[in-house]
Every structure is written in structure tokens, then in C-alpha cells.
Design a protein around this ligand. Sequence first.
Ligand SMILES: Cc1ncc(COP(=O)(O)O)c(C=O)c1O
Length: 379
Amino acid sequence: MNAKSNQSAPGIRPSINGMEPYQPGKFIEDVQNELGLSEIIKIASNENPYGPYPESLREMKRELVKLNLYPDSNFKELRRTLGHIHGISPDCICVSHGAEGMLQTLGKCFIEEGDEVIIPAATYTLYKEISKVMGAKIIDAPMTRERVDISTIEERVGPKTKLIWIANPNNPTGTIVDKKALDRLLDRLPDRTWMVLDEAYAEFTDSALLPECVSLIRDGHHVISVRTFSKAYGLAGARLGYAMAGKEIVTVINTVSEPFNANRVAIAGALAAINDDADTYKKTVSRIKHHRTFTEKRLRRMGLRVIPSHANFLMFETPFPAQRVFDGLLKMGVLVRPCNAWGYDHMIRVTIGTSAQMDTFIEALSMVLHSSESDPIRC
Ligand SMILES: Cc1ncc(COP(=O)(O)O)c(C=O)c1O
């Protein structure tokens, strides 16, 4: 499944050649078996350590007996509920299998062979792969001190630009874009250019710092906001995402998406999480933010550079190659994400877990760093 697909078979579309399959975080049971460890702390895939929430779980269990029936293909109740939360018409909302499903559909809706897409140099890797499959030319926008820089994106917008992919907060850096600069860029976009604003981690950010997507959509700006239940709502395994956009774009997305592109169990879980688990949701998000601040302080106290984060993870720099620190932590049963694939050879991304998980992580990290310091082949 993770083999490279760049060895083409006859008949495969040329744009598939050279694609890199998405590299998900390691599966916990595989790591346990490989290393013979009885317990692993997985803080590598930005999952929510507290979900699913109690009422959400109860409703998902109740829904199981209805799995012989298709879900409501219009997702009316979910769209109405989401419309209410965001203050937007349900006609401006469409649903998908995770945010990933929506990102794939957006690629299909917009990108034609030869179009250009602009992607920040260090961001969610799927944007590049989706764009390549559709035959787009990828234009990299360099980062500025680990941040997505709207001005470098703007410099790259040209007559062939079809999509601009922005994760806000960004994965893996956890940073957000300058709201005013983003508004200005949207004002200046050419007629055929659209911005996908992937807000998978928005719930962990102070909302005043985020672009006001609903107003932007209402004013006819070319922006599509993508959201997920995988992170703050703790439903990554249920695979449910959605987008907010102008009505005409939502109609196009629904036409291109597969029918029934979200399942009954996920919908039941999401509705209950919103309607009946509101307190748990609030407590969970504030707990994660609290542990984020605390973990950041502890990392800084260890003398490490930490990138201030607005998401449920932190990226920090180590004096040693990230892969080496990753291997050391893994041997101690702590699974994090080295950031080499994004070009950050000395950076690690760690998901904010429970208080106990973060204690174990900090302890393991300081042991790995100390043993690396006394290692004669430092690099
Ligand atoms: C920026 C970003 N967008 C989308 C996703 C995928 O979300 P989902 O689980 O809803 O497919 C992730 C997952 O880590 C992500 O980091």
C-alpha cells in the first residue's frame, strides 16, 4: 500500500507517475509488534486523546443497527446543525468522508491538465499529490521562518493559477497566516483562481485570529473552507469532514462527489458531539490548549526552539537529526513525527496528548537528548 506508484503499469494515466503515496503515521499495533513493546504512546497523527465523547459514542452505537440502510443523501440534519453553528445557510455546506475526501473532490472540481496550483513549501502533503493526479503544475511558495507567507504566495499568482491550497493552522508548523494579508490576497485574486482554506485545526485557534470565512463567502470571495470532525471532535476513525462555500460551488461539489459520501455512524456521532457533548467539547479543547502551552514551556526550558502553535500539536527543533531523535523515542515507546519529509531535518512534530502522555514524552525526550549528547558520533 505504501509502495511508490512511480513504476507505471500499462494504461495508467501519466499524471500518476512519480506520485508519492500519502505516508500516514505508523499504525500503533505494527510498532508494538515490531519493537516488542507492551505499550506505545502515539502522539504522531494529531488525533484527539479524549474522543469519542460520551454522548457521541452512545449515539454511534445506537446507529449501528441501521447500517443496512443508506444515510440521508442530503445530510439535511447535519448541514442544518453546522449552518447554525457557523451562521451560514445549510445550502452553503457539503459533507465528505473526512476533510481528505473533500480535498480530493475539490481537486477534481477545479484542476485541469496544465493548470498551476500554489502550495506552501511545508504543508499537508496531500495537496501536492491531489494536484499531481489532476495534472497540475505545482508552484512551491517558500516558507518564511517556518510560516506560510501570503506575500510569497501572492508573488506566484499568475494567469494559469487555478487553486491556492492553504492549511490554517498549518500542518506541520502549527502557525497561522496573517488574516489581513489573506483578506487582501482574496480581494486581488484573478477571476478563475480559488483558495482552499483547510481549517482542520481551527477549533484550537483563537477565532479572532482566523479569517472570517462565512463573511468572505457571503461577499462572493473565491474561498472554500474545509473542516473536519477528526481533530477537536475526536472522530478521526469515523471519517467525516465538510466544506463551506458559495451555493453554486456546493452544487458543483455535490455533483462531483460520490453519492452517500458520509456514513450513518459518523453522522450520528457528529450530531451528538455538537448537540449533547457541548461541555465535554469545550473542556477538551481548553485542556488541549492548556497542555500545549505547558508542553511548549517545558520544551523551551530544555533549551529547545519551539514554533508557537495554534493547533493540537507543536513543532520543535532538536540539536540532533530528527530521525535519530525519533528512533530514540520510539525505542522508549513514544511515537512522534520527524519533519524531514518537509525539509526540516532537525524538527519534530508532537501531538498534544493527555497530561500523563506529555509527562512520559518529556521524560523520554530528555533521556534521548542526553544520551545523544554523550554519543561521540554527534551530527
Ligand atoms: C491540514 C490537514 N487537513 C486535513 C487533514 C485530514 O483530515 P481528515 O481526518 O478529516 O481527513 C489533516 C490530517 O491530519 C490535516 O493535517
